[in-house]
Design a protein around this ligand. Sequence first.
Ligand code: CO8
Length: 374
Amino acid sequence: MKTSVVISGSGMFVPPHSITNDELVASYNDYADLTNAQHQAQIDAGTFQPIPHSSADFIEKASGIKSRYVFVKEGTLDIHRMRPDIPERNDDELSHQAEMAVAAAKDAMQAANKTAADIDVVIVSCAYTQRSYPAIAIEVQAALGIEGFGFDMLVACSAATFGMHRAYEMIKSHTAKTVLVINPELVSPQINYKDRDSHFIFGDVATAMILEDGAQADSEHVYDVLSTHAVTSYSNNIRSNFGYMSHATDAEPYGADKLFHQAGRKVFKEVCPMAAEHIETHLSRHDLTPDDVSKWFLHQANINMNTLICKKLLGRMATPTEAPIILDEFANTASAGSIIAFHQHQKNLQTNDYALICSFGAGYSIGSLVLQKR
Ligand code: CO8
């Protein structure tokens, strides 16, 4: 008999602090006014472009984002700092990212009826890890008392779906029976809060999923993973150059190009058709069309992107029940967005209903899973 792979539990950690658009914009505008005042002479001489104001109305219309959660709020809105003030931890303390990951993992393990003894592999898959080694996954593995092995994966916005893709293959090939995939998206340290185009886009969160051999799953909500599909296509339109090479290149390690930056319009135009085509191709492998899908757990970068992709696929607007939006509350949480949507909105799916998880973003990278509720 062929091994079936299922998602048997999901979990989430939401940081304790949030920042509304109004708070963020007030801080940014004060920073802009201060900087302009400091450069008044250059502005008058035409050698410095005054920094324009940001706008909460623009942010909500252009992106659908109303607020975001952050792991540490202190420092972020301080116009003399413009970045979170996160106290460094000693090597013998649980790291910040592992702390978020462990909380989300415990939630997912409980939902899947799993203890540490049931888990064979821990994958930490996200947009950034806070250090190169030892892997955050191995730290999480130790903190949870899991045997077996763990490793980190970095695939930007598609880290969660690509991590589940890896878990799916391990279960199919019998190298693991139960895999814990965690996405601790601690992205706020990489946001350029001085950049009007991107200061509003991201928020912190951690999500987790349990994938296991379908023959052993006994949780309340179980979804057969019918297949996974992944595509990458190189693009410089979303980029962060931060990395270990700064020590040797003498480049400014915190320069604007070392933080998240993008050509947002180009990303929008290029990625929407790619994602729609990817989804249609994936569904067709199962003789399904978009009309057969009851729930769309799409990447949460921009509400207008999701509207456009659903329109391309369905020929009409998707309802909020069909394609849940969570980015109004969470903003773009890198790879975790589609998993938050799944975690919060999967429970009213009926037996045999089809659903799709799809991420799209930097790389470019697109990853999807076709699910059917048991
Ligand atoms: N307030 C007021 N005006 C603004 C602001 C602002 N905050 N920002 C820009 N404007 C202005 C612009 O300057 C522009 O002015 P003008 O017309 O005079 O030039 C005007 O508003 C319109 O600007 P845009 O054309 O850029 O506005 P858009 O309608 O395109 O909206 C978006 C901008 C929201 C960025 C949109 O393009 C978008 O969402 N694109 C998709 C981007 C996307 O999905 N990116 C994915 C990135 S995430 C990812 O891959 C994961 C990376 C890893 C995580 C990193 C964490 C830090």
